[in-house]
Design a protein around this ligand. Structure first.
Ligand code: NA7
Length: 538
């Protein structure tokens, strides 16, 4: 690439999860000098941090893996239908070793700032040790690539009195590596999203008393997890590429393709039969049981009622069952996938506190106060989720051309072109950023698609003697409008989900992911084929 001011690196990558590691591999393949900075003491991103009991992927393991290397995907053997956290972390570590990635990954290093310098055309990236103890350092690079993850910035609500609590507190997304012994303890769990749904059955087995504080009841579909079927593994591995291609045409998995039939076009008996089949199959494929479940409230209501019926049949105490019944649009918050979640509420040592009408008032030295009553506990688990999609970027002081802070530009919600890039921030890329399918696709293939697009783009710049790329404001505006318009055609914007930022008080309410993975991929390919349409190259 021409016109280069000397830089420490060609590219700096922030984060060493699935995205950062593959990005490094591709950058090396282009002969570029790259450095990855990672706050954790190990690689793995999400799967490094989320070690709470029961943590596992809600996408099936044969699909939740890299496909960039045919040998890698043949060699690796998953032990279960849904891989547990420890196994996914082992896989990522294996990839890091197999492709000799670690020597360019600087661990225990938090990126605190990234500033674009107009004069040199370089990014200046400031790092410190993850605990803030070591001196800050600055490194320059022509390209800065944010592989910071969609669900990495943890969210602990600002409950009054939080600091006064005398017992232990943990967030599911920052679970202690040495584990936690709950034997004989009274434990509170705040939240009933995926992390809570996966961990509550484990906590209930250990703790003396478990009190679950539920603000919104959740729809959860059984995982029916089991050892991986060797016959299925053989079949998939016989034509892994074909399997991946079929999966790429869908959002969440090749095994349960969407049913195009509309729920309201069939009889009640037929709907029941289809829902029962999907329930028995288990997992996220439930939401694609009919073609209109995320488009038509009446259709959605039939699926919601089916799940409510299941909850009533599983939970013995009708009062508890009633409290557990979700009423919002099914699938509008990400569905949970569980093993024994609802059944856990049949245990004598598990108590459910509904805080939907009267929110948690305070954390006291001895417990949690809600509805005017203090619930005494020895430990509190915050299963309260993440500042999703933008949180990790917001925690870095990112400034673009003219010193403009990204926080200012995104004050009313994220603005991107293709979720990859934002106008006014030249040579900055975001992997699976807001405005891309990301969390509404299978994350690993979505990451590979972004990384490949970015790598091909850098190769294009190099081949043409160019050193700068920046999204055009008009292309960005059109993309944001299109992303919103697509979302408005669905039921997604109609509940308080983290897709909308609704779980973080004060966060602008904007639907962040792009709905429609295949359409999105086609658009990215078209943009590249047209010489990076919508970008200014220089
Ligand atoms: P989620 O799905 O965001 O769940 C967080 C939970 O915490 C959810 O039930 C929230 O209730 C609850 N919450 C948040 N703030 C409060 C307050 N102030 N009071 C009471 N309850 C609260 O996070 P997860 O970690 O479970 O899962 C995140 C994703 O990871 C998941 O979707 C998968 O993709 C993997 P709310 O629903 O907002 O009323």
């Amino acid at each position: 690439m021409s016109g280069r001011a000397p830089a420490d690196f060609d590219a700096i990558v922030v984060g060493a999860g699935f995205a950062g590691l593959y990005m490094l591999h591709r950058l090396r393949g282009l002969g570029l000098r790259a450095r990855v900075f990672e706050a954790g003491d190990g690689v793995g991103g999400t799967w490094y941090w989320n070690r709470y009991p029961g943590a596992r992927c809600d996408i099936e393991s044969l699909e939740y893996s890299y496909q960039f290397d045919a040998e890698l995907q043949q060699e690796w053997h998953w032990s279960e239908r849904y891989a547990p956290q420890a196994e996914i972390l082992r896989y990522i570590e294996h990839v890091a070793d197999r492709f000799d990635l670690r020597r360019d990954v600087q661990l225990s290093t938090r990126v605190t700032a990234a500033h674009f310098d107009d004069a040199s055309g370089l990014w200046s990236v400031e790092t410190g040790s993850a605990d803030g103890s070591a001196e800050r350092e600055r490194h320059t690079a022509r390209f800065c690539i944010m592989a910071t993850g969609c669900l990495s910035a943890t969210n602990v609500p600002d409950f009054p009195g939080l600091e006064s609590f005398r017992g232990d507190t943990w967030h599911t997304g920052r679970w202690p590596h040495e584990g936690v012994d709950l034997e004989g303890r009274r434990v509170a769990v705040i939240g009933t999203g995926s992390s809570a749904v996966q961990s509550i059955p484990f906590f209930a087995e250990q703790a003396e008393q478990l009190t679950v504080f539920q603000r919104t009841p959740t729809y959860s579909i059984p995982a029916h997890n089991a050892p991986l079927d060797p016959e299925l593994e053989r079949e998939v591995k016989a034509d892994y590429a074909g399997f991946r291609a079929r999966a790429a045409a869908l959002a969440f998995g090749a095994n349960f393709p969407p049913n195009e039939t509309l729920a309201l076009d069939v009889s009640a008996e037929e709907r029941e039969r289809v829902y029962e089949t999907r329930w028995e199959a288990g997992g996220l494929g439930f939401v694609t049981a009919f073609g209109d479940l995320l488009r038509d409230r009446g259709a959605n209501e039939t699926a919601g009622e089916f799940v409510r019926g299941k909850i009533r049949s599983i939970v013995h105490d009708p009062e508890v069952a009633e409290k557990l019944l979700p009423s919002q649009v099914l699938g509008c918050k990400r569905l949970c996938v569980d093993t024994g979640y609802y059944d856990t509420f049949n245990r004598d040592n598990v108590h459910l506190v509904d805080v939907s009408a009267s929110p948690i008032e305070a954390i006291t030295p001895r417990g949690v106060r809600a509805g005017g009553r203090e619930h005494e506990v020895d430990a509190i688990v915050f299963a309260t989720g993440f500042d999703a999609m933008t949180g990790a970027l917001a925690r870095i002081d990112i400034r673009g051309s003219g010193g403009r802070p990204l926080a200012d530009k995104w004050a009313a919600g994220p603005l991107t072109y293709l979720g990859l890039s934002t106008a006014g921030f030249p040579n900055l890329f975001v992997i699976t950023g807001p405005g891309s399918p990301s969390v509404l696709a299978n994350m690993v293939p979505a990451i590979e698609q972004h990384v490949d697009w970015i790598a091909d783009c850098l190769a294009h710049l190099g081949e043409h003697g160019l050193s700068r790329i920046e999204a055009l404001p008009e292309a960005e505006t059109a993309w944001v409008e299109h992303t919103n318009a697509v979302a408005q055609e669905t039921l997604f914007p109609f509940c308080n989900s983290w897709y909308l930022g609704a779980n973080v008080p004060g966060k602008p309410r904007v639907f962040m992911p792009y709905i429609g993975y295949p359409t999105y991929v086609a658009k990215c390919e078209e943009v590249a084929a047209k010489g990076y349409e919508g970008f200014a190259l220089g």
